[in-house]
Design a protein. Sequence first.
Length: 337
Amino acid sequence: MRGDTYLSPQPGLIRFGTRRSRLAVAQTTQVAEKVARETGADVALVTVTTKGDVSRAPLAELGGTGVFVSALRDALLDNRCDLAVHSFKDLPTGPCEGIVVGAVPERADPRDALCARDGLTLAELPTGARVGTGSPRRAAQVLAVRPDLQVEDIRGNIDTRLSFVGDSLDAVVLAAAGLDRADSSSVITERFDLSAVPTAAGQGALAVEVRGADSGSGATVLTEPRIVTALRALEHPASRMTAEAERSVLLTLEAGCAAPIGATAHITGGKLQLRATVYRTDGTAQLEVVSAVPLGNGTAGEAIVLQLGRDVAGELLSRGAAELTDLGAVLVRQGNR
Ligand SMILES: NCc1[nH]cc(CCC(=O)O)c1CC(=O)O
């Protein structure tokens, strides 16, 4: 594909597949450098152009948000890279044949960030100010506390979105993690409290995918020792637990990528606590469920983590989440970061 790099497999070299955006390259570089530092392996980046990056066609026509990940997965399956680094929140919740999440590295800031003109916070924005976001969840959350604001639908990568601020918009809402990783934290004027603004499932976390087979017992079969060593160096169990619990809510609700749902898990007082909130898109109503499971030795097995998400989702449904909002909503067009 045009502009893609190609590197043949070489013993001792670990090739990290990445999308080409500034953020994707920054986060994959950080992951690769950690592996090099901690295992001594030689590392290289392989950039892959996804359909979602080059096409202006509506996303639904291209096949949904999966278009951002499928080209990277193809590169992995074709042995054009050894590991593929994704933003976890961009990964569809369903399984992918022949591929497993080999590591979840330590999660960055899961919060959403306001980037406003003149250093303003959300409370300080003048009446009627224009706030840009392409996310129905963020729109609902902003309108819930500031119904006077005008939410504008915007698309594009981080730099494009930021370029509107001070010009056609007073502020935009973006993931703090993306801004931090791309060295753009200085534009943030407020980081929203997670208890007031729960964010997208897996936000701030990365998923490092690897070719692998499931043994049927849930255990992943990986053979190459240097890959196993790299994944072990990257794995951060608390980050995997929280991201998986959040994603389990979406999976159970069969929620589309644009469904207005916030899900935030954290570890506190020897427990894994999960909170999920479903919003009416105009911000006038919301439903929230919180639940927790005790951790033994600071950890819980995957089955328990996934069950926590299913329980929270089940409680949301029994309290009318499907009537409150369109859970299956999928963005018609979505920019990339
Ligand atoms: N929606 C696109 C997207 N996918 C991942 C990130 C970066 C943050 C992350 O890694 O979770 C972003 C940008 C954003 O939401 O502002």
